[in-house]
Design a protein around this ligand. Structure first.
Ligand code: ADP
Ligand code: MG
Length: 250
């Protein structure tokens, strides 16, 4: 089997109709030529659904506590609504997309994060279900919900999920599509390459990298350390073939 590429895209891109259509078209073209796995988040959709359903959130250090009720909504939105909409759009583009979550086929097990309820970090990946699908020409579309120790659903950061999947697949490339042209410096110019851990942690400590870019860049380093060939953060609004952005080195 050809070496796989793993492509993750975030909720920020999903809600932009033009951007979503563009990169799904590119993804469909790519999937016809090589082994491709898509991983998606859906933060904004989850927030909207929780608001709509009147589920109140508690926050600890800027992170949402996901109780059992909220987890029900997270799973419904990520593995149901968002995942199936993507599969539908990809099917229309002529690819055999299969939607699954980390709970399917024993794909991803996570360990609960203390004090955050049903939130986990990936602890084990069994990529056999992905390999089976890829070998038969399917395009796996994975939502970032994993199994906890007791088989319960845990909400995993989609950037971390993508890195864990890419590492387990020994992927040739891991590409994060986001809504900015890569990692930006203090003057908002794209940093072409982040060379070392020290460079990255310096950018975080000085407040240049904040918010969702922190788990993203740290996940990149995890993946590259674990043997993924090349890891990039690129502007998904330019499509999947443009690849303008930031490359992370070990
Ligand atoms: N140094 C930085 N360079 C680029 N983006 C940054 C930086 N620091 C923080 N960000 C923020 O990170 C966001 C991308 O992360 P996130 O919102 O989690 O998107 P995604 O849906 O792709 O995971 C950008 O939209 C930007 O607001
Ligand atoms: Mg994010």
């Amino acid at each position: 089997m050809k070496k796989a590429w793993v492509v993750k895209f975030g909720g920020s891109l999903l809600s932009d109709d033009g951007a979503r259509r563009g990169f799904l078209k590119d993804a469909a073209a790519l999937a016809k030529k090589r082994a491709l796995v898509l991983v998606h988040g859906g933060g904004p959709e989850i927030n909207a659904a929780l608001d709509r359903m009147g589920v109140k959130s508690m926050w600890v250090n800027g992170r949402r506590v996901t109780d059992e009720e909220a987890m029900g909504v997270v799973e419904m939105v990520l593995s149901g609504q968002v995942n199936k909409r993507l599969v539908g759009e990809l099917s229309r583009l002529g690819v055999k997309a299969v939607g699954l979550s980390g709970r399917d086929g024993g794909l991803m097990t996570a360990k609960p994060v203390p004090d955050l309820g049903r939130v986990g970090t990936p602890s084990k990946v069994d990529p056999s279900v992905l390999k089976t699908l890829l070998a038969d020409g399917f395009l796996p579309v994975v939502s970032s919900v994993a199994s906890g120790p007791g088989g319960e659903a845990l909400n995993v950061n989609a950037d971390e999920a993508a890195a864990a999947l890419a590492a387990a697949l020994k992927a040739e490339r891991l590409i994060y599509l986001t809504d900015v042209p890569g990692v930006l410096d203090a003057a908002k110019n794209t940093i072409p390459v982040v060379k070392t851990r020290k460079d990255l942690e310096g950018l975080i400590a000085s407040g240049v990298i904040t918010g969702g870019m922190i788990p993203k860049t740290r996940s990149c380093r995890e993946a590259i350390k674990k043997g993924v060939g090349e890891v990039d953060i690129v502007d998904g609004r330019a499509g999947l073939l443009e690849m303008k952005g930031t490359r992370l080195l070990p």
